[in-house]
Design a protein around this ligand. Sequence first.
Ligand code: ADP
Ligand code: ADP
Length: 227
Amino acid sequence: KDLLRMEGVTKIFVTDEMETHALSNIQLSIKTGEWVAIVGPSGSGKSTLLGILGLLDSPSKGTYLLNEEAVSGLSPSQLAYVRNRHIGFIFQSFNLIGDLTVYENVELPLIYRGMPPAERKQRVEAALERVGVSHRARHMPGQLSGGQQQRVAVARAVAGEPLLLLADEPTGNLDSRNGQMVMDLLRQLHESGSTICMVTHDIAQARQASRTISLFDGRIVEDQPRA
Ligand code: ADP
Ligand code: ADP
């Protein structure tokens, strides 16, 4: 079953008298359980595509269906609700909140969602356990290494069991050992059924995904299952 579908998605940025077609007529279906790598040169539209997939931005034209719901017509508050409930984000720069503990960082999206405290506690503890940072629950993010911070960010992204996990260059700020650790976490999530879209410029990393979509100049120029 398709978890999401894009039809004719176009994104045009207008600045001064310039129009940039960041995405042109994107047709894309992603099924539940796929692990998709989005690759392409700088400026090819990868971040714009991820932003639309994650409901952070909306298309200029075309339709986007997530879980069989057309999200194009939703109001900003409806979009925020769907985003919070169904999408988990992992960023290159971790984006943890510096004055909250590791535990509180993972708990916060669940609070926004209105989850009862007992269920929150169980979810946060399970997520920290899953990524191997339970022993750092009371630390502040600044007391952790980069690899540990990204583990926490993965825990935060998956604690709510999102339909879709989005990762924007998730290993970009990590050394190769920690980068592979994050890739191993993504593989485990994929094997347990998560649907993942990840932007990367690392071809070796893209090969670890189950499908690679190549963008060039705002268009999909290649769409390949893993060899
Ligand atoms: P990538 O992630 O592959 O590097 P982007 O999606 O960031 O590519 O950008 C695609 C194109 O859209 C580029 O030409 C970029 O300059 C342009 N672009 C992206 N965001 C904006 C914006 N907010 N305003 C104007 N142009 C933008
Ligand atoms: P990892 O296994 O994630 O690479 P490291 O080997 O880099 O972790 O770090 C080992 C220990 O050093 C960790 O317990 C971490 O909390 C601590 N540590 C690493 N970097 C920092 C830092 N910049 N500030 C404080 N503590 C750090």
